[in-house]
Design a protein around this ligand. Structure first.
Ligand code: SF4
Ligand code: SF4
Length: 204
């Protein structure tokens, strides 16, 4: 059953379905999300500035107009696997980097299949709402997960827009991608998170 790890703005949605993903061994890491401004600020604020600098230098993270792009590579993890394009950070057992170093989308996105997994029908064959306690627990978990997903998507979109304006004003030619810029972004992200106040739906 889908479940939440409540960590405020760093909340994670987790599903056992991902370990046997119907989309294949790389799951949705087949196509990694962008690392937006708010993601970069979040990673720096959580202590990952040097990780970002090292991965930018290695070409695993590539600057774009709206943040960073994660390199996709074509490889297989076992001789019996077929080669496939996927995120450079994806390994044989899934993601190889800590959740604090990922784009927030990697932590809060799950596909519709995970919401549907083991979800009971809304009504039984007689048209009566199910009252089984197990079913109610699944429905409650799915409802909480959908609410968290929507709240996080709204929050990070708003933060990206705010940061994009500040970066365009401060670096009209584009940011320098050095330690000082990343530290500034981390500090801006800390302020935005503080201004957001307690996130009731996402409170640990
Ligand atoms: S969220 Fe869906 S597509 Fe992505 S790994 Fe999990 S089951 Fe697969
Ligand atoms: S950073 Fe990790 S979770 Fe995100 S796409 Fe890459 S391998 Fe998947």
């Amino acid at each position: 059953m889908i479940h939440l790890e409540l960590l405020g703005a760093h909340t994670r949605l987790l599903s056992p379905l991902c370990a046997r993903c119907p989309q294949g061994s790389a799951g949705c890491c087949f196509s990694p999300p962008p690392v937006d401004w708010s993601d970069i600020g979040r990673i720096v604020a959580l202590g990952g500035r040097d990780f970002l600098l090292a991965r930018i230098a290695a070409g695993h993270l590539q600057p774009t107009a709206s943040g960073l792009r994660i390199l996709r590579v074509r490889r297989r993890e076992r001789p019996t696997d077929r080669r496939q394009n996927k995120c450079v950070f994806h390994g044989a057992e899934g993601c190889t980097i800590d959740h604090t170093l990922r784009p927030a989308t990697c932590n809060y996105y799950v596909c519709e299949d995970t919401f549907q997994e083991r979800a009971p029908p809304r009504e039984d064959v007689q048209g009566e709402a199910s009252t089984a306690s197990g079913d109610e627990a699944v429905v409650a978990a799915v409802t909480a997960a959908r609410r968290a997903h929507a709240a996080l998507h709204t929050l990070y979109t708003r933060w990206d827009e705010a940061l994009a304006v500040r970066i365009a004003a401060g670096w009209p030619e584009g940011p320098p991608w050095d330690a000082a810029f990343l530290d500034w972004l981390g500090e801006e992200q800390r302020h935005l998170e503080a201004q957001a106040g307690p996130l009731e739906a996402l409170r640990p």
